[in-house]
Structures are given as structure tokens and as C-alpha cells.
Ligand binder design. Sequence first.
Ligand code: HAM
Length: 435
Amino acid sequence: MQLTKLRGFRDLLGADARLLGIIEARARSIAERHNVAEIRVPALERLNLYARSTGETSDIVEKQLYVVQRSSESSGGVDQVLRPEGTPGVVRAYIEAGLDRTDPEQRYFYSGPMFRYERPQKGRYREFYQFGVEFFGRSDAAADAELMVMIDELRRELRLELNFEINSLGDARCRPFFRQALLEWGRAHLPQLCQDCHQRLERNPLRLLDCKIDVKLTESAPKSVDYLCDECRAHFDTVRELLANGGVPHTINPRLVRGLDYYSRTAFEVISTGVGAQSAVAAGGRYDGLVEALGGAPVAGTGFAIGVDRLALALDAAEFEVRPDAALIALGDSAARAAIQLSAEMRGRGLRVEVLSSERGLRAQLRRADKLKARYALIIGENEMAGGVVQLRDLAQSTQQEVPRAEVVERLAADAVSSPRFPGEGVPSELRTTR
Ligand code: HAM
């Protein structure tokens, strides 16, 4: 029996896990500054939820769902699936809480693993992490722009180069004309289209523009922006104007249709150049008909999800590796108890401290402190206990001095403030103590 992890699933240890945590913490802090509330929804939902939202003909629903069945019982005829994305579950929860009727204007963020049975490659996993935001009850262009501004704030904090590609897919009134034009174009070019596009043509012609094979050919295909009604055109123009005013780097991508069915009007993807083929680090858009399609009131919606793993690829995990401020080395039982007390005081000042095992001798503990890349080793033995001092050893410099016990915490705290933090100043306060 194999006990290794499944293909497309990952174990994240140390710096790699920490980096995801840092991105999530920063995204959360940005969301909170935009007065977005948290929502936690199940990882397991009914298959129907995604068929009716993400889309029956989407790759996600057609090929990528993980269907879950308990071994001891059937699920009562209802297929349960691991969530492939966050939006449908959040919309369901919003409707189930009755908010669409009682208090429709809401903004939520969520964070957690999503599951898609895709062909794994760099930046594409079968379990991956999204941080998403959904706004309900806002049909104005400013809501779409605010979402992109939030991602842009994260881009600035993490000092990344990203470009926003935006498009408008029109709404229920004008999109049928665009769809029809694409259908006619597709039929006229049928012999040149790939096999997959033959299927797409009849089932979901918008997805012709998504094809990775017929890229050149689809350059001549109709563009959604040419079919927008006056209202959709005005909405799109306002989004662009607000992005320009907010300094969000963006370009129009008329081929951007998204692989999920629920979008109307604004659709966008955020592209990073440094992460390989899977370059979309975030994506989103407006979904004005979705709440109603899932049984709720006709309430507008708009949102995005960041691919946290892909953003992490754009950063260097090694830069986020942490070193303890101090490793505490105690020699003897009473020194060991004193070390525990000293470490508590140090942590109270926000220092990162590990108390090493006093069952080991001095040399072994010093080797361990070196291995941890601790900045200092604090050594406490019988003599130090008696003299009210500790030995403070700078491990990089290999220098050592005796410091009064009463002064050492203050001294290390001052030192930590002046030493470099992880890349990017303006570190939110909740991260400041965990460099
Ligand atoms: P999506 O484009 O399917 O949209 O996914 C959003 C982001 O999740 C992608 O841009 C990518 O960074 C990341 N992602 C997707 N699949 C994988 C994978 N297999 N491995 C690693 N990262 C992946 C949605 O999920 C929508 N719910 C976004 C949204 C929210 N629209 C409105 N509100």
C-alpha cells in the first residue's frame, strides 16, 4: 500500500507554508480595511450548485470535479463534490441566510483550499488556495473597480509586477447579439476550427475565444466590446476610468471570456509575467444574474479570487524564511526553569525564541542554535544564575559577552527593531512580531 501524497496535491513545509500565510494575512488585512466581512463556507457542496452556476458545459463541471461518497453509506442520491471554486458556495450561503431579501448589500471575503482535477504542472494543482471577495447588491462600476484596487493594493505591498486584463461580456440584453455573431463566425470558419471548438460552437460559443489552439484564427472573431448596449458600454467606460484614476495598470483583452458561465459585464484576469505558463494569479468579474439563478432575489454580484499559490510563485519563498531572534541554552535544572521564564518575557516583547533541550550539553545546544540560524544564543548555567547574568553569544560574529539578566530582554528587543524585517516595509502590525 502506498502512503505517499496524491498527484497534484502538495505538502507545504516551513517557508513555503509561511509564504501562503503571509499572502493570506495581507489580503485579509486589505479586505478588512475595505470593510469586507469574513465568511466561512463548507468545502463540500452539492454538485448541482456548480452545474447551475459555474456551468454545465464548463471544464470545471464537465471534467474537474471531485465527487465524494462516504464509504459506509450512499449520499441519498445527491452527488457531493469538493468545491472547485468559492463563489457558488458563498452565493448559496448568502441566499440561505435570507440576505438577498432582508439585507442585500453585503461584502464578504473567504480563504481556503479548492479542488479541481486538472493536469498538474507548475502553478496548477489539484488542491490550491484561493482568497476571494464577493460584493452583493452593488451594480455600480465603482464596485468592480474597488475589487481590482484591492488586488492592486496587494500587488503594491508585495512589490509585484502584475497587469490587469479587463473585458466586458455585456449583459442579458446585449450578449445574445454577441453570442449570435460568434456562432455565425464559427460556422463560417468550421473547417479551420479544432475538434474541441466544434463542440464549443454548439454548446458555448463564447468559449471559442478561450481556445489555446485557434488563437490566430480567433483574432478575426467578433469582439464583445463591439456589441455592448449603451448601459454596458457606460459601465465599462466608468470601470476603466476608475482604474486609470486609481493607478491600476490595465489593458483591454477582447478575448477574455473566462471559463466560468456566470459572468456578465466586467470580467478580468490579473497576469504575472514571472510564474510560467499559469500566469493568471487572480481573476474575477461581475455576476449579476447568479443570485437569481440559484433561487434568490435579483441581486447584483461582483467579485474576485486570488490564486494564493500562484502569487507565492511570483515571490521568493527563501526571502520569507525566518530566523529566531534567540535560542536559549540552559545548563542544569534550575537554569532550565529560568530559561523558560526568560523566554516568556522575550516573547512578550514580540521576539521569536526557542528554548533548546537542556538534556543536551553546551556543544550540542550551540550546534542546534547554529542550525536554527538564530541571531543570538543566550546561555544560562549555574554561574550565570548566581551572578544574575546571561552569556549573550552573537552566532554570526562568534562573539560573546556577559549581560545583566535584567537588561537582556530590552537589549534584544531594541536590536530586533533595528534589524531588517522581511521584504516590504509597512508591515501590518499582526505580522510585525513574526518576521
Ligand atoms: P478562476 O479563474 O477559476 O475564478 O480562479 C481564480 C484564480 O485561482 C486563478 O486566476 C488562479 O490564480 C487560481 N487557480 C485556479 N485554478 C488553479 C489551480 N488548479 N491551481 C492553482 N491555482 C489555480 C474563480 O474561481 C472565480 N470564483 C473567481 C471569482 C470570484 N469571480 C467572481 N468572484
